[in-house]
Write a protein that binds this ligand. Structure first.
Ligand code: A3P
Length: 293
């Protein structure tokens, strides 16, 4: 298991990865899901922490409100593939969860998801974010994330992202993989970060109906208030300021929470290059993204 310190990208089962997310591969792959587990899946930096807090508050905000102020989000919603030295792995944390349902998250692409999630017909909430903002968010995150490879200069980082050399593999394959899986596996609720920013209440309603939940007006209000960007930014249990490997002098985890920040980072040429690659990689799909709202 990896201790804190910068790492290198390695090739793992056909995608770029870092050791902390594949060192526990065998246990991850063999994870035994239960039918009522709820799994959050996203490409890194697409809004998985936001979704984690939404689901945690939705299921447990009423009966165990103290979770919000006393338990860090990554303990409430374990990151399954994580294997940091000195702390339980994501799989161990998930196995110890006493809550029902168990809520957990992963960033692995569809072809590498533990098969028990499919076998148990678990509910999967997928969060997708447009590639431009996703790349920007990932870049800033990697500046502060001391276990990731050093991101270097933005222009080089973006080239790698466009070419698919990022942790957890190419963005295009990730978002398409789960989108296409939806054709044969109906228990995936596919959500867009842009929609969540644009109309949080509507997206929350859609999520509840997928989960078969009808929260009371008070419970709805509690969730919507509790997952607001500013609220989560202030809350030490959701803003990652307690995590030793995250250097908040570089950037904050709850950074901007906006759609369209890419415009402050991309040159015209960089934008053209990404769009051209996007067209190649995303042809023959009905999946569409908004880069502004
Ligand atoms: P930015 O870096 O663009 O601000 P993940 O949790 O998958 O790592 O994704 C992190 C991104 O989601 C960050 O984007 C973060 O600010 C954003 N985010 C987290 N909580 C949010 C919220 N409540 N509202 C809007 N964006 C949120």
């Amino acid at each position: 298991m990896q201790t804190l310190g910068r790492s290198n990208l390695i090739d793992f089962k056909g995608i770029s990865m870092i050791n902390i997310y594949c060192d526990n591969w065998e246990n991850y792959k063999n994870f035994q899901a239960r039918p009522d587990d709820v799994l959050i899946v996203s490409y890194p930096k697409a809004g998985s922490t936001w979704m984690s807090n939404i689901l945690d508050l939705l299921y447990f905000g009423n009966t165990a409100p103290e979770r919000q102020t006393s338990v860090e989000i990554f303990l409430r919603v374990p990151f399954l593939e994580a294997a940091f030295a000195g702390v339980p792995t994501g799989v161990e944390m998930a196995e110890k969860l006493s809550t029902r349902p168990r809520i957990m998250k992963t960033h692995y692409p569809v072809q590498l998801l533990p098969k028990s999630f499919w076998e148990q017909n678990c509910k999967i909430v997928y969060v997708a974010r447009n590639p431009k903002d996703n790349a920007v968010s990932f870049y800033h995150f990697d500046r502060a994330n001391m276990t990731a490879p050093h991101p270097g200069e933005w222009k080089d980082y973006l080239e790698n992202f466009i070419d698919g050399r990022s942790e957890f593999g190419p963005w295009y394959d990730h978002v398409r993989g789960y989108w296409e899986k939806k054709q044969t596996y109906s228990n995936i609720h596919y959500m867009f970060y842009e929609d969540m920013v644009g109309d949080t209440v509507r997206e929350f309603e859609g999520l509840c109906s997928f989960l078969g939940l009808s929260p009371s007006v008070e419970d709805r209000e509690r969730v919507i208030q509790g997952v607001h960007f500013e609220q989560m930014k202030q809350n030490k249990m959701t803003n990652y300021t307690t995590v030793p490997g995250f250097d908040t002098k570089e950037t904050t985890f709850m950074r901007k929470g906006k759609v369209g920040d890419w415009k402050n980072h991309f040159t015209v040429a960089q934008n053209e290059k990404l769009e051209e690659r996007y067209k190649q990689k995303m042809k023959n799909t009905t999946l569409q993204f908004r880069t502004e709202i």
